[in-house]
Design a binder for this molecule. Structure first.
Ligand SMILES: [Zn+2]
Length: 382
């Protein structure tokens, strides 16, 4: 028997699991998921269920466990990430797990330790009550959702026979059945370095990039003007960073920009970038190189999740009385799971507007309701 879901959540928030997201200025003692993984593993041991701890990146592990009833009705996956974003500028104690007016405060309380605690608690309830006729439930606690989706990508390779998946993110107990995808790549121009007192002897990579940027901006405007998806709108392209040059008195021989391309259903990461490259080559003969893909997450498409949405919707209605079905702009692990052929939707307690904030918090009542919804979904609502 596990502790209450509020206590589980508090214990999770007290354990830092910051995803450094490529930064090197953070306290290593607060980074990565290990402390949370250890705690979750201890809970699974308490429950006495078979579980698997898989190292995905050095010292960073996915954790999966399965409850198999006597007569399984369906095989479902409940997935939640273990990592949070960093804690810069927070106005509440990031790892304090303080409770005020029915809300628990701290980094990850909303995104997504509230949902994680709800999944663990509901799983614990099933294991303890051991109903004969029920869904077979696999819980998966993954790493690196906030940065490059390493955990979900590794997880889908070891999943077998799963019929449907619920991915925890703060949806306010509503269902998200579609979202945009993203692909990130860098684009590089090169030139010839020389002393800046004789710039005519060199080739300035920054000037070359400036000319390209003009076309990239025009392409981005054209993308936005396309009809797009009925619920998600159009795809988009943004240049996020630019780096070039080594000193004021050297003509730069290299300039690099970061491209962030948001994808709508029907667009693939590779094809979207190939299209941009072809567009630029058609507009200019400035030489450039599109560097290898840094990371990509496909869009989540609602097409094959209708039955799952109906089942989950019925379970939410039984507990909360109502729900909405949303399409959202942000990415989640659900699209990686859906791409592996498993119908997947996003569901969890908490409001997305409270995620990633300086005073992040979650409504504890919603966390408790999420537990009830998940148990109902596993048992079947008829
Ligand atoms: Zn999240």
């Amino acid at each position: 028997m596990l502790a209450s879901v509020a206590e589980l959540l508090a214990e999770l928030v007290r354990r830092p699991s910051i995803n450094p997201m490529g930064r090197t200025d953070l306290d290593p003692a607060l980074c990565h998921e290990g402390r949370v993984t250890d705690y979750l593993e201890a809970q699974l041991k308490l429950l006495g269920v078979p579980y698997r701890r898989t190292e995905v990146a050095p010292g960073r592990c996915n954790l999966t466990a399965t409850f198999t009833p006597k007569f399984p009705t369906v095989s479902m996956l409940w997935e939640s990430h273990q990592d949070t974003i960093p804690v810069d500028g927070m106005t509440v104690k990031p790892f304090g797990a303080e409770v005020r007016d029915g809300r628990l405060y701290g980094r990850g309380a909303c995104d997504v330790k509230g949902g994680l605690a709800a999944m663990l608690s509901a799983f614990g309830e099933l294991v303890t009550s051991n109903p004969e006729r029920c869904a077979k439930v696999t819980v998966a606690f993954t790493i690196d959702e906030e940065h490059t989706f390493l955990g979900a990508s590794a997880l889908v390779k070891e999943l077998h026979g799963i019929d449907l998946a619920i991915v925890a993110e703060p949806t306010g107990l509503n269902i998200v059945d579609s979202h945009k995808g993203v692909v990130r790549r860098q684009l590089e121009t090169t030139g010839i370095a020389c002393h800046s007192s004789r710039p005519e002897d060199g080739v300035n990579a920054i000037y070359r990039m400036a000319l390209l940027l003009h076309h990239i901006e025009a392409y981005a405007a054209e993308l936005r003007s396309r009809p797009g998806d009925a619920r998600l709108g159009s795809g988009s392209l943004s240049v996020g960073t630019i780096h070039g040059g080594v000193s004021p008195n050297t003509v730069p021989d290299r300039c690099v920009i970061d491209l962030d391309r948001r994808l709508i259903p029907g667009e693939s990461p590779a094809a979207a970038m190939e299209e941009l490259e072809a567009y630029l080559r058609s507009k200019t003969d400035i030489p450039f190189t599109l560097l290898p893909e840094l990371f990509a997450c496909p869009p989540l498409v609602a097409a094959n999740s209708g039955e799952l949405t109906a089942r989950l919707g019925a379970a939410i209605n039984a507990v909360v009385g109502k729900h909405e079905i949303h399409a959202v702009p942000y990415g989640t692990d659900a699209s990686t799971i859906a791409e592996a052929g498993i119908p997947a939707v996003v569901f969890g307690p908490g409001d997305i507007h409270d995620a990633h904030t300086k005073n992040e918090s979650v409504d504890l009542r919603q966390v408790e309701q999420a537990v009830q919804v998940l148990v109902k979904l596993a048992l079947g609502t008829e």
